[in-house]
Design a protein around this ligand. Structure first.
Ligand code: MLT
Length: 409
């Protein structure tokens, strides 16, 4: 008999962004005359940098000639790109190309990393959290039953962040085996300084836990004292795996390209207490299940590291940062208390008292025809909050703020 993985039955909600899209679609169907501005999912709107386009065209041409044709590439990606990532993204941090694995997305890497987890592992997530980490673990049977009252899965350790703790998670009292951290944070747009991040690294070292550090938004960091990589923290190479993405930094959400860094030092343990290096395990996992991102995507990503490429992606990042500023200022003028937007493309704000995040979602859609993401969709501590993204067009961002300022909630 084919027995299913019953973890899938534990999933309480369908994927947050799919629910949001469905609701917008339904609204649009019943209000075909309304122009809905979507500032929900963090999907980019600026075209790719011209040098990236040029490199991808050239890569297609390579595939058209026998002499330059490429079939299967190395499973974990070509060295030409890994070397660039090691040199530019990890400058001065001593990360080598052998520690870098290329993939089709940070979301895939975060989920696929679960293949390395032993049975009955305890995970800790921030609350609110990017839903993919939680859903992937629930599907793998590590969530347990969902408690309707608390809005939490019984086996998961939650690290709440809100205005009460200045959006800085506390070290969990119950010791987890795996800790998911995302900074600059999705969804709140908040950051940790080196001292705050060091506490987590020290805690993981003391407790032989693994940190999965999602740095997908590091390109948005503007403040100098904020770490771009967890490896800026002493000892992190022993306990942390880091995820990077070209999606938001270079607009690759449709192209698909990311990297995962598994330092040679980082270890897990067997049940009998033996230390095992994760780098070769991840390498085997990739060899068994993946054939690497496409040559075309990797060539496009390589172009990001040229002088011109760096200049061009910065122009797009500047555009989104300005959008974020417009959103922050607009929301403040409308009387909201706002977080994020300074080192992140996400703006997180407190909604009027007495409303749930989903009620606010409906009202915003109905009254202003603006779609965002309800805070509670990211976890119970997100209740009472709402997220807007700065990845829209300038015109839509300005118009959304005009509508919000005019709306009475
Ligand atoms: C988000 O809106 O949180 C992100 O776009 C989702 C993602 O990167 O998968």
């Amino acid at each position: 008999m084919f027995y299913i993985n019953e973890g899938f039955l534990d999933l309480h909600n369908s994927y947050l962004f799919a629910t949001v899209s469905k609701k917008i679609e339904e609204f649009q169907k019943s209000h075909p005359d309304k122009k809905v501005i979507k500032l929900g999912i963090g999907d980019v709107t600026r075209p790719l940098a011209p040098v990236v386009i040029e490199a991808m065209h050239k890569a297609v041409d390579d595939l058209s000639r026998t002499e330059t044709f490429k079939g299967y590439g190395p499973e974990s990606g070509y060295n030409f790109l890994k070397e660039k990532i090691a040199e530019y993204d990890y400058k001065g941090l001593g990360i080598t190309k052998e520690e870098i694995f290329l993939s089709d997305g940070a979301k895939s890497d975060c989920g696929n990393m679960c293949d390395l987890f032993g049975e009955n592992l305890k995970i800790a997530i921030m609350d609110p959290v990017y839903p993919s980490y939680l859903d992937a673990n629930v599907e793998a049977g590590r969530g347990g039953k969902f408690n309707e009252e608390t809005g939490k899965y019984e086996k998961v350790i939650y690290m709440p962040i809100s205005s009460e703790n200045n959006f800085v998670p506390e070290l969990p009292k119950e010791i987890p085996d795996v800790i998911y951290l995302c900074f600059p944070n999705n969804p709140t747009g908040t950051v940790l300084n080196k001292g705050q991040l060091k506490k987590f690294v020290d805690y993981a070292r003391e407790n032989k836990a693994l940190i999965l550090f999602d740095a997908a938004y590091e390109a948005f960091i503007q403040d100098e004292d904020i770490p771009h990589s967890i490896y800026e923290i002493e000892g992190a190479k022993e306990v942390a795996v880091e995820f990077r993405s070209f999606s938001k930094s270079a607009g690759f959400t449709g192209v698909r390209m990311a990297s995962c860094t598994v330092p040679k030092e980082v270890c897990g343990y067997t049940r009998s207490g033996e230390k095992v290096h994760l780098n070769p395990l991840w390498d085997s996992r990739i060899a068994a299940k993946f054939n690497g991102p496409s040559y075309i995507s990797q060539k496009g990503a390589e172009a990001v590291y040229t002088e011109e490429g760096q200049k061009q992606i910065q122009e797009n990042l500047k555009y989104y940062r300005e959008n974020a500023k417009i959103i922050v200022e607009g929301l403040k003028e409308a009387g909201f208390t706002v977080e994020g937007g300074q080192n992140s493309p996400y703006v997180w704000f407190k909604i009027p008292a007495g409303m749930t995040s989903w009620e606010f979602f409906d009202e915003l859609l109905e009254k202003a025809n603006v779609a965002g993401t309800p805070g509670s969709g990211f976890g119970p501590s997100g209740e009472g909050y709402f997220r807007l993204t700065s990845f829209g067009t300038r015109e839509n961002t300005i118009e959304a703020m005009r509508r919000i300022k005019e709306t009475k909630f």
